[in-house]
Design a protein around this ligand. Structure first.
Ligand code: MG
Length: 161
């Protein structure tokens, strides 16, 4: 069997700022995110899903928060590193299904831009990537507008026997 699944989940709290990156797209907001890197919650969940599918641990092991190399690192940079690992391990992404969980800012209007940006970064066709957005009906930390969360599921396929 050459197919493997992976899942990822990430959360960032809001702090001072005027917007945040989600899936490589800058989303204006009256808050920013608290993070060691750029705090792109969706890219982080996606990286974790890809690492998980390869059996390579998690994003914290590969990009340690106390390593200055990754301080303020763009999500795009981390994703490129993870895709390099995927290719060198002879895997290709079959599909990814992504969910952003936020009350505010509203993610829906940005879904298409996020999808296009991530497809370009991953080098996949739009049929291979799905982006969903949901609120939590004003419940919990996302519902109170204290932060943002994201989930990612991926399927990868080994390209060699
Ligand atoms: Mg994170």
């Amino acid at each position: 069997m050459n197919l493997r699944v992976g899942s990822g989940f990430d959360v960032h709290a809001f702090g001072d700022g005027e917007g945040l990156p989600v899936g490589g797209v800058w989303i204006p907001h009256d808050r920013g995110v608290l993070a060691h890197s750029d705090g792109d919650v969706l890219v982080h969940a996606l990286c974790d899903a890809l690492l998980g599918a390869m059996g390579l641990g998690d994003i914290g092991e590969h990009f340690p928060p106390n390593d200055d190399r990754w301080k303020g690192a763009a999500g795009k940079t981390l994703l490129r590193e993870v895709m390099d690992k995927l290719e060198s391990a002879d895997y290709r992404l079959v599909n990814a299904d992504l969910t952003v969980i936020a009350q505010r800012p509203r993610i829906g209007p940005h879904k298409q831009a996020i999808k296009e940006t991530l497809c370009a970064l991953l080098g996949v066709d739009s049929s291979q990537l799905n982006v969903k957005a949901t609120t939590t009906e004003k419940l919990g930390f996302t519902g109170r507008g204290e932060g943002i969360a994201a989930m990612a599921q991926v399927l990868v396929e080994r390209t060699v026997e």
